[in-house]
Design a protein around this ligand. Structure first.
Ligand code: PMP
Length: 462
């Protein structure tokens, strides 16, 4: 038998250099919030494989549902016949939708493919071409999805030309806008919505604009939720403060017949404490995208719209060999059932409060080096980030440079966490570490993760 180390060396030689890696090891087992590596190390997993194993690794009911489906039928090609778990999954998802108009489903394998399908549908529904996207958003690695991805150039550098017709709009995130972190969210929203009106007047005319695609919580762009603040006072009367920015987008889309595509691939399916983040607003997406946690590790994405629109699609115009795989769908049905039976959203909200309290405490830490290093704590539910200061700043007009702060805090803190037994990821071009624990993480495991993180921060800022 080969040693773990020799397998790692083999992988380094034969697996493409185009992949990055948090840890040079083989991950041999996953159980709940923990993973085991080939060298015997057991680690807390606060990455969930980038927000996928949301109910923990190898959730017994989900694994069993997939195994049972494997013994019935694995592959039911979606252009040949219906598959039973596919239809059962629609039954489960219908009551979870953030808006009752969402009643027409199409399943793909990955988030990127879902984005491609969403773009194609918006073009077909409107007969228009252009797609407006948000600065800082991530939508995937295929040519269309990459064209609307604006979180880091590493995803597209050297791969141009991408899909034409993509126009970028500022997102209400203080750091990207070069304003102070304490700027009221309503001001950020105003700025960005007026930029949208300008874009429609200056660059992409409404008659050429098929859709606006938005990640309502920037994921790879830094874990930034669309602002939870009032915008159009008067108009927002009677609405909760959480809705304003998304409502502003909806209003502009309605005015011009533009489709609103909401990408909840990372923030959806329970991650933010509601089934979908959009639910906090009550806003109607024309197309909603879900993936990642949906099948807890099996490849599956959902492209959801309304029948009135999807009836315009010609039979045969959509499809894909493995799209809506029966085993993935069976796993997703079991995930949806487990979310309900295990009251997962209650756990998300309880653990979220604890996580925010612990991380916010660092901002007023007795150790001045720790307190000044923590620039921002943000997120929603169990999609939470800490943004650190930087000695040189990271943005083009960066007013947040602080020479007293050590360089590259985010990647150094994350690496130190890994050394201490916790997998954790950074995000965005800024100094941001993100927490993506399982949605059913226990109070104790969450506290252990926070303890490791705090210890790492204290050591790294010294
Ligand atoms: N949209 C969002 C918001 C994502 O976070 C991701 C993946 N990080 C994608 C789309 C692309 O999904 P996939 O990697 O499954 O293609």
């Amino acid at each position: 038998t080969q040693s773990h180390e020799s397998f790692v060396q083999f992988g380094k030689k034969h697996v493409t250099a185009g992949l990055g890696r948090v840890v040079d090891a083989v991950l041999t087992k996953g159980e709940g919030s923990y993973v085991t590596l080939g060298d015997g190390r057991k680690m807390l997993d606060f990455t969930c494989g980038i927000g996928v194993t949301n109910l923990g690794h190898c959730h017994p009911k989900i694994s069993k549902a997939a195994a049972d489906q494997c013994m019935k039928v694995v592959h039911v090609q979606c252009s040949i016949a219906f598959n039973q778990p596919y239809l059962e999954l629609i039954e489960r998802l219908l009551p979870m939708m953030p808006h009752p108009s969402l009643d027409s489903f199409f399943f793909w394998n990955s988030g990127s493919e879902g984005v491609e399908a969403g773009i194609k549908m918006a073009r077909a529904f409107t007969g228009r071409q252009n797609i407006i996207n948000m600065q800082g958003a991530y939508h995937g690695r295929t040519m269309g999805a990459m064209a609307v991805t604006k979180s880091k150039t590493i995803y597209s550098a050297g791969f141009h030309p991408l899909m034409p017709g993509a126009y970028t709009l500022p997102f209400p995130y203080w750091h990207q806008l070069g304003v102070d972190p304490s700027t009221p969210p309503s001001e950020l929203s105003e700025m960005c919505l007026s930029q949208l009106n300008l874009l429609l007047a200056q660059a992409s005319a409404p008659k050429d604009t098929a859709a606006i695609i938005i990640e309502p919580v920037l994921g790879e762009g830094g874990y930034v939720p669309a602002p939870p603040e009032f915008l159009h006072v008067g108009k927002s009367k009677g609405l909760t403060p959480a809705i304003a920015y998304l409502h502003g987008l909806r209003e502009i889309c309605d005015k011009h017949g533009i489709m609103l595509i909401i990408d909840e691939v990372q923030c959806g399916f329970g991650r933010t404490g509601k089934n979908y983040y959009t639910e906090y607003s009550g806003v109607r997406p024309d197309i909603l995208l879900s993936a990642k946690g949906l099948a807890n590790g099996f490849p599956l994405s959902a492209v959801i719209s309304r029948k009135e629109l999807t009836d315009k699609l010609a039979a045969g115009s959509m499809g894909g060999t493995y799209a809506g795989n029966a085993v993935s769908c069976a796993a997703a049905v079991a995930s949806a059932d487990a979310m309900k039976e295990e009251k997962i959203l209650d756990n998300v909200n309880a653990r979220s409060t604890e996580l925010f309290a612990a991380l916010n405490a660092l901002r007023t830490d007795a150790d001045a080096a720790v307190a000044r290093a923590v620039l921002d704590v943000r997120g929603k539910g169990l999609m939470v980030a800490v943004e650190f200061a930087s000695p040189t700043g990271t943005g083009p007009y960066d007013r947040f440079a602080d020479p007293a702060v050590p360089a590259k805090l985010a990647s150094r803190v994350a690496a130190r966490c890994v050394e201490k037994g916790m997998l954790i990821l950074t995000t965005s071009v800024y100094e941001v570490v993100r927490f993506i624990p399982p949605l059913n993480v226990s109070k104790e495991d969450l506290a252990e993760g926070v303890r490791i993180f705090e210890e790492a921060v204290r050591e790294v800022v010294k």
